[in-house]
Design a protein around this ligand. Structure first.
Ligand code: GTQ
Length: 351
């Protein structure tokens, strides 16, 4: 702004005088408040499993699951240190449970997803039903349901926790409670929910047991993988996504949780994807195989070469290109359902 000196002085005096009254002039901040395009403070980041795992194992020696309540190393966006956030709206962490341990029962407003990264034989219990964990399984803890985790495995089990913690914090709408019992009473056999809701069928007089959240709380990797393999063989491969499916709440066709969408995709061997950007920043967990992601924004560029069990984040409105020589499978999650509910979601596919 090219104002004459006396106008500048008048303004500065005005700002100083109004400041104690908690008043701020909009015109000094308008450009940042209403940017021409998303200008996230988040940066792209990559956590190689080989680098993270030793810290997880040291955490396993430093504290028990019970003492920690949840023994998790938070994946913090390098530009949001101290905020326990991987994007402005999402939390991600890697949780470790060792043989015989219990992570005690509690419940909270925040919805959680678990994506199993390493090891088999741990379980999580939701609303009286247990499900055992296998790598690649996607498991849900619906908002305000009691949940505890335990392990009868013979080695460490590690999973990715994805929660809507920053969103709930933004709304100041979070509640939490610890249970009296360390682990909850099992009232249904394992697989009951999947039998009811996981076969393209539903009970005749069904009700939604978890409200807006999917009644299936474990989506086994086997089934997702089978669908992707079949589509890779028999259907056209998308130039941007390879073969990509979204997980659904079978009662609504919508996302499994009201606040988070989840996806699984396969990049066929030799895939060299085109670039796209979307307003929902996304967190990726590499299930199998190797590949790369090129991320571009505002004249800057990062390239991550990823392998199994790595995690990376692509922030909002950053252009990403995926490629894989050998082929790979990627799980991802984002806040897309919230943006869609608010009718602000945008996606752009570049040619
Ligand atoms: O397992 O309930 O990573 O409450 C963060 C908060 C996991 C959990 C996290 C939690 C949990």
């Amino acid at each position: 702004m090219n104002a004459p000196d006396n106008a500048l002085l008048t303004r500065q005096q005005l700002y100083r005088d109004m400041d104690p009254h908690h008043l701020t002039p909009l015109w000094e901040v308008l450009h940042a408040l209403v940017p021409p395009r998303p200008a996230t403070p988040c940066v792209p980041a990559h956590w190689k499993y080989g680098e993270v795992r030793p810290f997880l194992m040291r955490a396993g020696e430093a504290i028990t699951a019970e003492e920690a309540v949840r023994r998790v190393l938070i994946l913090e966006n390098p530009a949001l240190r101290g905020q326990s956030a991987i994007t402005q709206s999402l939390y991600a962490g890697l949780q470790l449970i060792l043989p015989g341990e219990i992570a005690p029962a509690h419940r909270h407003t925040q919805s959680a997803l678990r994506f199993i990264v390493e090891g088999s034989g741990a379980w999580t219990a939701v609303d009286g039903e247990r499900t055992s964990m296998h790598p690649g399984d996607f498991i849900i803890t619906p908002s305000w349901t009691w949940h505890d985790h335990g392990s009868e495995a013979d080695g460490p089990v590690v999973w990715l926790d994805g929660l809507d913690i920053p969103m709930i914090r933004f709304f100041d709408a979070g509640f939490a409670e610890n249970s009296q019992a360390k682990s909850q009473q099992v009232t249904r056999g394992e697989g009951t929910s999947f039998a009811r809701y996981g076969h393209n069928m539903a009970p005749v007089r069904h009700e939604a047991p978890f409200g807006a959240t999917s009644p299936i709380f474990s989506y086994p990797y086997e089934r997702s993988r089978e669908a992707l393999d079949r589509l890779e063989r028999d259907a056209p491969v998308d130039a941007y996504d390879g073969v990509k499916l979204r997980y659904v709440n079978p009662l609504t066709g919508g996302s499994p949780m009201p606040t988070m969408a989840t996806f699984m995709q396969k990049l066929p061997a030799g895939f060299d994807g085109q670039g796209w950007r979307q307003t929902d920043g996304a967190v990726y967990s590499v299930v199998e195989g190797t590949g790369s992601v090129d991320i571009e924004w505002g004249g800057q560029r990062r390239r991550f070469e990823f392998g199994p069990r790595d995690h990376f984040v692509v922030p909002s409105w950053h252009t990403a290109r995926l490629a894989s020589q050998a082929g790979c499978v990627l799980f991802s999650f984002s806040d897309r359902p919230v943006q869609q509910a608010l009718a602000i979601h945008r996606e752009e596919r570049l040619s």
